[in-house]
Design a protein around this ligand. Structure first.
Ligand code: FAD
Length: 495
């Protein structure tokens, strides 16, 4: 497939986080030569969840020239240094997947090999004691300076974030249209999308269409019938129930993920309130039970009516099909355990801009886009499946199912290599680096049988001093950080 039609008119269907992130980026970075319109329907609204992010968002913000303090103040954001997984390995056990890397790597191997030998010798500290972000999360302390590395992410109010991006997009020339899409009109010659027809009768004609209509997938699915690969056999949760409560006394700088009988509960602290939700598998628990379990485990009174959100886990067979690119929930979904959806939105936007088809759509670019997104999504899928598979829980049918289920071959191989050698095999484009894999593999209880031979080049005393010096450096840095919320109050006010 190749078209010579110049791409000038871009229509974005949907104005949730995906739609406005796309509009803001295209308008700011390519907008001079484009006519960008975004259509959304207030009556339909947005999915209304999606409050936890990962540190890669900094790259997106840098591209858009977003000021961190302004964005945090506008969206009631807090800093996020990682995720605490409670009861995942087994009831009563917990660990943190923090965004920092533990210790110091050497040329031959990751720091964890030194830590494993230390453990074998009775130096019984958690791997997190060697990581600033981990210790900061545990102690509720954090601070950034203009020069500090941006290893943190945010918890924010997703609807305010979309509003913030809308201001940026409109400032750079994107035009918002209120209305409900009633029909997607196709060109009978090549099956490309010609126009969106709104309920009002208005026709929105375009050259390139971005489907950001959420789970509905109005363009990519309903109109173009792009297939979907269902991953529900690896990630069985298929519903969430969400509710907001007031702000906690001292919001913690991490997301809490608490494994429950047939799923898990999130608790996300913002400056203004707390987001709560229960992700569950409807095969083992019905909606009434899930709602009750959530309400039994929140702090304070609900601020809104709880909402059930059904979802299907998997991915579109093509994220770019003809002249339609699906971004956000319309492109597929992996449950929010590692807060990866907004990251995948950002990756799709950056890739689309890199391969932007100004002079016409070429199949080679479409294939490249689809392959890169596919690989990245599969890597994220494997990482999330790992949390379920590597559990010792046997206390409910759901957890017994997860322990015993088959996993993707790519994941099974990684787990085996790690157990046998302590190594984490990576391909260069993965979102989650070695340190993330290590923290979850170890946190879920998989201890490598051995470590790299270079570790034995250190005497036992040297190893003990090496590990001790890293622990005290980490402690020294974190002791110098203020309380996380005190820092935010000062940081956001001092704009
Ligand atoms: P939506 O928010 O659903 O927006 C769809 C848009 O399309 C809306 O503007 C709607 O009005 C419009 N629309 C639909 N149909 C029509 C029509 N006919 N006419 C006109 N307009 C229409 N992600 C994270 O990164 N971190 C998280 O912590 C996280 N938690 C999540 C928890 C749950 C339970 C779920 C389900 C998702 C979570 N996500 C999370 C994912 C995140 O919510 C989404 O990726 C993000 O909100 C983007 O959604 P969206 O813009 O694709 O879709």
């Amino acid at each position: 497939m190749k078209t010579d039609k110049l791409i000038r008119r871009v229509i974005i269907a949907g104005g949730g986080t995906a739609g406005w992130m796309t509009a803001a980026a295209l308008a700011k970075l390519l907008g001079k030569n484009l006519d960008i319109k975004l259509v959304e329907s207030e009556a339909i609204g947005t999915v209304g969840v999606g409050e936890a992010t990962i540190p890669t968002l900094h790259l997106f913000h840098q591209l858009l020239g977003i000021d961190e303090r302004e964005m945090m103040a506008f969206t009631n954001a807090t800093f996020k240094l990682g995720i605490e997984f409670e009861n995942w390995k087994d009831v009563g056990e917990d660990y943190i997947h923090s965004f920092g890397a533990a210790g110091k790597d050497c040329w031959a191997c990751n720091f964890s090999h030194f830590w494993v030998k230390g453990k074998q010798q009775g130096i019984d500290y958690d791997i997190g004691d060697y990581t600033k972000e981990h210790l900061g999360a545990r102690l509720g302390k954090y601070a950034v300076s203009p020069r500090s590395e941006r290893t943190h992410a945010y918890h924010f109010d997703a609807s305010l974030y979309a509003k913030y991006l809308r201001m940026l997009a409109e400032k750079n020339g994107a035009v918002r249209i209120e209305g409900k899409i009633d029909d997607v009109q196709l060109d009978h010659d090549n099956g490309f999308i010609k126009a969106l027809k709104l309920e009002s009768g208005e026709l929105l004609e375009g050259d390139l269409f971005i489907d950001c209509t959420g789970f509905r997938g109005l363009l990519i699915d309903k109109a173009l019938h792009t297939g979907f690969d269902d991953w529900g056999h690896w990630l069985p949760c298929d519903r969430a129930v969400a509710v907001q409560t007031g702000k906690g006394e001292n919001p913690v700088p991490y997301t809490r993920s608490i494994a429950r009988e047939s799923g898990w509960q999130w608790r996300i602290p913002l400056q203004s309130r707390t987001g709560n939700g229960l992700v569950f598998c409807s095969h083992y628990m019905n909606e009434e039970q899930a709602l009750q379990q959530l309400l039994d485990n929140i702090e304070g009174e609900p601020l809104n009516d709880p909402r059930v959100i059904p979802f299907r886990t998997g991915t579109r067979r093509q994220h770019w099909n003809k002249n339609c690119v699906a971004i956000g929930l319309s492109s597929g979904f992996i449950e929010p355990l590692e807060s990866t959806s907004i990251h995948l939105i950002q990756r799709s936007i950056v890739r689309l801009m890199t391969l932007f088809p100004s002079d016409g759509i070429k199949q080679v670019d479409v294939d490249e886009f689809n392959q890169l997104i596919r690989e990245e999504t599969e890597n994220v899928r494997d990482f999330v499946v790992l949390h379920y598979k590597l559990t010792d829980r046997r206390d409910s049918e759901f957890w017994r199912h997860c322990r015993n289920m088959d996993v993707p071959e790519s994941l099974a191989r990684r787990m085996q290599v790690f157990e046998e050698s302590g190594r984490v095999y990576q391909n260069g484009t993965e979102l989650f680096g070695e340190s993330s894999w290590l923290q979850v593999l170890l946190g879920q209880g998989l201890m490598p049988q051995t470590y790299h031979p270079i570790v034995d080049m250190m005497s036992d005393d040297e190893l003990s001093r090496f590990l001790g010096s890293i622990r005290s450096q980490v402690r020294g840095v974190v002791d110098g950080w203020p309380n996380h919320m005190e820092f935010i109050n000062h940081y956001c006010k001092a704009r």
